[in-house]
Design a binder for this molecule. Structure first.
Ligand code: C5P
Length: 284
């Protein structure tokens, strides 16, 4: 019998909003973020093996950690080999390592015939990394706590429109830890941030979505890596709707009204020496 292999896409994310609400006693920061899955993806393939192996070469491999954590949680006494084809920039604020971990959980849920819901897998995901639960749920997610409290932002009856984004990476690696260490938490919660983005997403109006984008980590990331400003400026000058950093950086993104325009802008950004892609949002 042929060896069973399961291949799944590991979709990246952008943070449409990211509020830092305070520093917790465990050293993490309390967050509130609207996380949006996007069509840029790595590919993750899992197969049964002796022991746990991955081809990533990363010292801290979140996909490997995901496999070990799921095996423990579900009482599976088997190993696995994981093959990852990388396309998502590393250290770019697009949740690449977390996307690989989330995809590994989903693929192993299938390979090992565990049969857990995404919600149950998201609870396991919280032990792996702060962005992993949101990427297990997928689509448009409200993320709170240090990242472990996740729920779909809209119920299934809400018909969301896909929209296009141009991602631009200035080629610098942002350490999530350093960016959080340098950031200032907001002194007061502002309920309008969440309300404005949710209602903009429901309206499907790209201009409204763009004007509701915000990220409390952008100031500290730009201080550490001034190159991020050049990427933000490049998008602003080219007239994308909004220009904002994702997560702890260094990738920035702007909205466009259609795919053709997005591809053209991404081409121009590559000619200027940036890594760039036109992507669309993933709606569940
Ligand atoms: O959970 P993850 O490994 O992705 O986080 C990396 C680092 O980012 C943490 O060690 C912490 O310093 C910082 N972080 C934080 N607050 C969060 C998420 C991450 O301070 N909510």
């Amino acid at each position: 019998m042929a060896e069973k292999r399961i291949t799944v896409p590991a979709f990246a994310k952008v943070n449409l909003t990211l509020e830092v609400l305070g520093c917790r006693t465990d050293g993490y920061h309390a967050l509130r973020s609207i996380v949006q899955q996007i069509s840029l993806f790595d590919t993750v393939t899992v197969a049964r093996a002796n022991g746990f192996h991955s081809n990533s070469g990363f010292e801290f491999d979140l996909a490997l950690k995901a496999a070990q954590t799921l095996a423990n949680a579900a009482g599976i006494n088997e190993g696995v080999s994981i093959e990852i084809v990388k396309r998502i920039p590393v250290g770019g604020g697009l949740g690449g390592g977390s996307a690989d971990a989330a995809a590994t959980l989903l693929a192993l849920n299938d390979l090992w015939e565990i049969g857990w819901s995404r919600e149950k897998l998201a609870a396991v995901a919280a032990q792996i990394g702060s962005d992993v639960p949101a990427l297990v749920l997928g689509g448009t997610v409200l993320m709170q706590g240090r990242g472990e409290i996740v729920s779909p932002l809209f119920d299934q009856r809400t018909q969301l429109k896909e929209f296009y984004l141009v991602l631009v990476n200035p080629g610098v690696f942002c350490s999530t830890k350093e960016v959080y260490l340098k950031c200032n938490s907001r002194l007061q919660e502002d309920p309008r941030i969440l309300y404005n983005m949710s209602s903009a997403l429901q309206s499907g109006d790209e201009k409204r979505i763009a004007s509701a984008m915000m990220n409390d980590l952008q100031i500290s990331a730009v201080k550490l890596h001034p190159e991020i400003t050049a990427a933000l400026k490049a998008l602003e000058e080219r007239g994308t709707l909004g220009a904002m950093m994702s997560g702890s950086g260094s990738t920035v993104f702007g909205l466009v009204s259609n795919e053709a325009e997005g591809r053209k802008i991404a081409d121009e950004m590559r000619k200027r020496g940036f890594w760039a892609e036109c992507v669309h949002t993933i709606v569940r």
